[in-house]
Design a protein around this ligand. Sequence first.
Ligand code: IPE
Ligand code: IPE
Ligand code: MG
Length: 232
Amino acid sequence: MADKERKLKHVGFIMDGNGRWAKARQKPRTFGHKKGADAIIDVLEECFNNGVTVVSLYAFSTENWSRPKEEIDAIFDLLDNFLKKYSKKLYEKKARLVISGDLSPVSKGLRERCEKLVADTACFNEYVLNIALNYGSRNELVRAFNLLKGKGEEITEEDISKALYTADLPDIDLVVRTSGEMRLSNFFLWQCAYAEFYFTDVLWPDFNKEETKKAIEWFYGRKRRFGGIENA
Ligand code: IPE
Ligand code: IPE
Ligand code: MG
């Protein structure tokens, strides 16, 4: 494979295990979410320092609405705080914020913060932080097909890619899921078509720079063939 295809450009994190982390400490689940939110900054820094230019974070799925309201509110508050804190870093790093997902049902405060940051960082192109918020891949695909419905001509792969929230982002090269679960849970199905999958038992609040480095090193040990054969 050519060098550019070997390079790890886009990592997607399915940040899982906050609840179990809290439960193991006899604490409420929201305590786990708080620790989980705190873990994000170091992980992003480690990614960006290791040549990764796009990071996608699964923050809240379309299926997570089935959780208790108190937990949902806590997750949104933590996200709002994270963005408040991280906005300075976005400007420093010239990182663009992308939100994948439908913001209409989230709280007004969070929605407005997201919209403002997305608009203000739209001019940056060195790094991208893509937050999947009220995101579900099937929902995204249905939305895309509806956007394309009136097109008239035959729909191409490129048309579909461009109608997704991740329109101008490269495909996901590496998916990292914490907490031992080995499933995608509706995370960027289209964009992960040729991704490598790294599963670890570490719970998200314990995921740190060292664990990030491990995942990146593991990726570089993989042989990606994209349907071809080696050294062809
Ligand atoms: C991931 O941790 C965070 C979100 C889904 C928002 P969980 O809350 O799913 O933690 P577990 O899987 O119950 O341990
Ligand atoms: C996936 O985790 C969603 C996020 C990390 C935001 P879940 O904990 O919701 O997924 P399932 O229910 O184990 O599949
Ligand atoms: Mg979970």
